[in-house]
Design a binder for this molecule. Structure first.
Ligand code: MG
Length: 327
């Protein structure tokens, strides 16, 4: 079989062989392989639960693909909540005629990320729809984890706390945009798409007050969300915000504010000022945190950027859809 046919979604013999040959061979484990109507799980009394759907185009981009993002995105939502990710579900919506080899590559990257994140896929579903009903693969993943720490409570945030950004900004959005080939530029930018397990393992038990991953809407959206939820503002220092030279250059040329561009492997972490350097050091020792930086403090009521030349401007909540289908 080179292409996915309608019969794969029929529930009959070809569904069974698709599931065992293509899915279980990659994502299988003792729970998934039982193929029962529900997965029976051992979870702690306090459990974090999250879900996300993934529609990124192109499905393959430098540094990742829709499969990798579908695992990292959901795992990161658990991690930034203070949970230890454990189990995932997935739903695939596949158009008739989809290349089996592409689907296999995507499932291979899902499996690789699950291994890195230490999570098991425990249930799933595949639906095949008529050609043209969707323009490519759509994936939904949900995840649960043990809610060990609480990084979701904005009432912990106080004036003077420090803001850490765990990586250089705007790489995912710019990577996907270049990969679409609509800009008339050659070249490639690697997406930051990554699972943040190493970072959150390394800072476990430290005094983290709040965390959120900055995906769609970028760091600007996250800072504005937190500010409006806790009633406090931020003063961010532009010269301390990490950005790759090429990404900054491309944003400048296209008139994008890199603070509003999507990331897929970056968290905003708020800690007490006195602990910022110790937390930063742990993060910088991690593969996905090498370019982390303390780049702002909780101050005032607005989200303000102190620019490299010493001016000040408001960082606005991004409005409208800057880049559709980015994740
Ligand atoms: Mg999130």
């Amino acid at each position: 079989m080179n292409k996915i046919t309608m019969s794969v979604g029929s529930g009959g013999a070809s569904t069974r062989s698709f599931v065992s040959d293509i899915i279980f061979s990659r994502l299988g484990n003792e729970i998934l392989n039982k193929a029962s109507d529900s997965a029976i799980l051992d979870v702690s009394s306090k459990t974090a639960f999250t879900t996300d759907s993934y529609v990124v185009r192109p499905e393959f981009f430098p540094g990742g693909d829709i499969g990798k993002i579908s695992i990292c995105g959901t795992v990161n939502d658990l991690l930034v909540s203070g949970a230890v990710p454990k189990y995932l579900s997935f739903g695939l919506i596949v158009p008739e005629g989809y290349l089996v080899s592409d689907l296999e590559r995507i499932l291979d990257s899902m499996a690789a990320e699950c291994r890195k994140a230490g999570v098991k896929v425990v249930c799933g579903d595949t639906k095949v729809v008529e050609k043209g009903a969707v323009d490519g693969l759509i994936i939904n993943t949900s995840g649960i984890g043990d809610a060990v720490y609480n990084y979701t409570d904005v009432s912990n945030i106080k004036e003077g706390d420090a803001v850490i950004i765990t990586s250089d900004i705007a790489r995912h959005g710019m990577s996907v945009m270049l990969a679409r080939g609509e800009l008339g530029f050659e070249g490639e930018i690697l997406s930051d798409c990554a699972c943040l397990l190493d970072i959150f393992e390394s800072i476990a038990g430290m005094n983290v007050k709040f965390a959120r991953d900055a995906t769609r809407g970028g760091v600007a959206a996250v800072l504005n969300e937190i500010a409006s939820d806790c009633g406090l503002g931020f003063l961010m220092k532009e010269s301390d915000i990490p950005i790759h030279e090429n990404v900054g250059y491309l944003c400048d040329m296209l008139g994008f504010d890199p603070l509003a561009v999507a990331n897929e492997g970056l968290a905003v972490i708020i800690v007490e000022q006195g602990e910022a350097e110790a937390v930063l050091e742990k993060i910088k020792n991690c593969e996905s945190g090498k370019r982390a930086s303390v780049c702002g403090i909780v101050e005032g009521k607005n989200v303000v950027l102190e620019t490299a030349i010493g001016g000040k401007r408001h960082i606005e909540m991004p409005s409208g859809e800057l880049l559709p289908r980015i994740c």
